[in-house]
Design a protein around this ligand. Structure first.
Ligand SMILES: [Zn+2]
Length: 234
């Protein structure tokens, strides 16, 4: 592309898709007459299957997001049922005469907020909402399974989240090892590390004594059937 984004000799003309639709596809995205925001009737050929970089004082995002991505999304939207369009934030129709050779596009916006535990490549790129829609519209359903909506495939909704990990993909849970880091200790010696040393822990130990538990045998030598009721109150 030319390194200054300025007026071109290109004049607006009716878009004739058929010329190129029949021709061999070449390896360029060809933009003609881009006028989004401050773009001044820009013509540019961007190589495909390559890393292309837009530099300059202004007009970079107008070309990348406001024109290329907006047009890719607009074309995608035309293939989507109206009820499903609410699931996607629409960028708007770009001011451009024509764009040829445009593949489906994904936009990673500038200045993203800090990612949270639910951020994934899919959510950051919004690819997951497209995949969810694909599943809900084009998937095959098991017998007696009613139709699922796109939201039902999201780990961030009550309907779609895994009931075990609530959609986080990770379960934070205590184990015997984390509760009893040193199993050579007896209960009286505070084998259960989570118990507070003061009154509360003392109280729990007294209860175990009253219930007939052995608080003077090392934890690892206590019968297994004793351990789980102790820990379930830890
Ligand atoms: Zn899970």
């Amino acid at each position: 592309m030319s390194d200054d984004i300025g007026p071109s000799r290109h004049k607006a003309r009716p878009v004739r898709q058929t010329d190129h639709a029949l021709a061999e596809p070449d390896n360029f995205v060809r933009v003609r007459g881009a006028r989004e925001h401050n773009l001044k009737n820009v013509d540019v050929d961007i190589p495909r299957n390559a890393l292309a970089v837009f530099t300059g004082v202004s007009g970079k995002s107008s070309l990348a997001f406001g024109t290329l991505y907006a047009e890719a999304q607009r074309r995608y939207f035309e293939s989507v049922a109206p009820y499903a369009r609410r699931l996607i934030d629409q960028v708007g129709v770009p001011e451009v005469d024509s764009i040829e050779g445009l593949p489906p596009a994904v936009a990673l916006q500038q200045q993203r907020g800090a990612p949270n535990a639910r951020s994934t490549v899919g959510s950051v790129t919004t690819l997951s909402s497209l995949v969810r829609m694909l599943y809900s519209r084009a998937g095959t359903y098991p017998a007696r399974q009613p139709m699922l909506y796109a939201e039902d495939f999201s780990p961030n909704t009550v309907e779609g989240a895994c009931p075990e990990c609530h959609g986080l993909g990770r379960i934070y849970d205590v184990t015997e090892r984390s509760m009893v880091p040193d199993d050579s200790l007896t209960i009286r010696e505070r084998a259960v590390a989570a118990w507070l040393p003061a009154w509360h822990g003392q109280n729990l130990r007294d209860i175990l004594v009253t219930l007939g538990y052995d608080v003077d045998t090392p934890w690892r030598d206590l019968p297994k059937k004793v351990l789980s009721p102790v820990l379930s109150h830890a």
